[in-house]
Design a protein around this ligand. Sequence first.
Ligand SMILES: O=C(O)CCC(=O)C(=O)O
Length: 284
Amino acid sequence: MIYYTHMENEPFHAAGQISGNDISNFRESGYLALPGVLSPSEVCESRQALTELVEAYAALSPSQRNDADLWLQFEPGFDPDTCHDREALELHVRKFMRFVDLKPALKRLVEPSHRLMQIVSQLIGPDPILFQDMALVKPPFIGSEKPWHQDNAYFSVAPLDSVCGVWIALDDATVDNGCMYVIPGWHKRGALGHHHGTDCEIAARKLPVEEAVPVPIAAGGAMFFYGMLPHQTPPNTSPARRRALQYHFRGANSRVLGGEEYDRLYADETGAPASCAAARARGV
Ligand SMILES: O=C(O)CCC(=O)C(=O)O
C-alpha cells in the first residue's frame, strides 16, 4: 500500500512493499530509486542526530577524538582541531561512520520492522545483515566529488551480488548539490580495477561515462543499489546542503572472505585483483 506524505505529495512506502516490476528493474539496472522511504519526521530526526554527533565531537579534545567510537572525516584542507565554531565544524564534515549504536534515531531505520529493511529483504532475501553505516554530507559550495567506484571494492563479501547499499537523501539531492550518478546495467560487467587517485576509484576511461545517469532524489527518498554498480557523485557547487545516510547490507547466506580468496573473486577481466586493498598492496 502506498500512502502520500502531507508535505510534498510524494508516495510514502509506509508498508515497505515494492512491486515485481521494481524488483526486475533493480536486477536489470542495478539500482532502484524510491520516494518516501523515510517519513518527514524521520528525515528531521536523522538530520538532528547528525547535528548532535557533531556537537558530541566538538566537545572532545583532539586526543579524545582519536580514541572515540565516533568517526568523522572532514573536507580536504580543513583542520577540525583548529576550529572552535560548532556550526563551521558541521559545515566542513564530509563523512560520519559507525553511528548506529550512538543514535537511536539512526538505528530505528535498520530495525527488522522498518519499511527500509522490508524493501532490502525483497531485493536480496530475508534477514539481511547490516555491515556498514555512514553518512555522506556535502556542504554547500565545498562538498567534494566522490569518484567512480564499485562499493564491493571496499568490502570482501561473497557472492558479489549479495551486497546492497541503501543511500538515503536527507535533503533534496539534485544535479547541482551532488546527487548520485550511476551507469545502469554495469553491475553485470564484473569487477573493475581500482586505484588510489583523489580516492579509491575506477579510471573514467574504463567506463562508458556518457551512459551515466543522474539519480535526483527528494529528501526521504532512497536509492537501493548493488555493490557491483559503478557510481559517483559530483562536487556540491550550490548553496544547498546535501546530507545522505548510507547503509550496507549483505544477504543472510553471504560470507566474508579472507584477502586472497577475495582477490580471486573480485578480479578484473584479466584476472588481476581489483579491490582497493589490492590497489594499496600494489602501491597504485
Ligand atoms: O554520497 C556520496 O557523495 C557518495 C557516496 C558513495 O558513493 C560512497 O560512499 O560509496
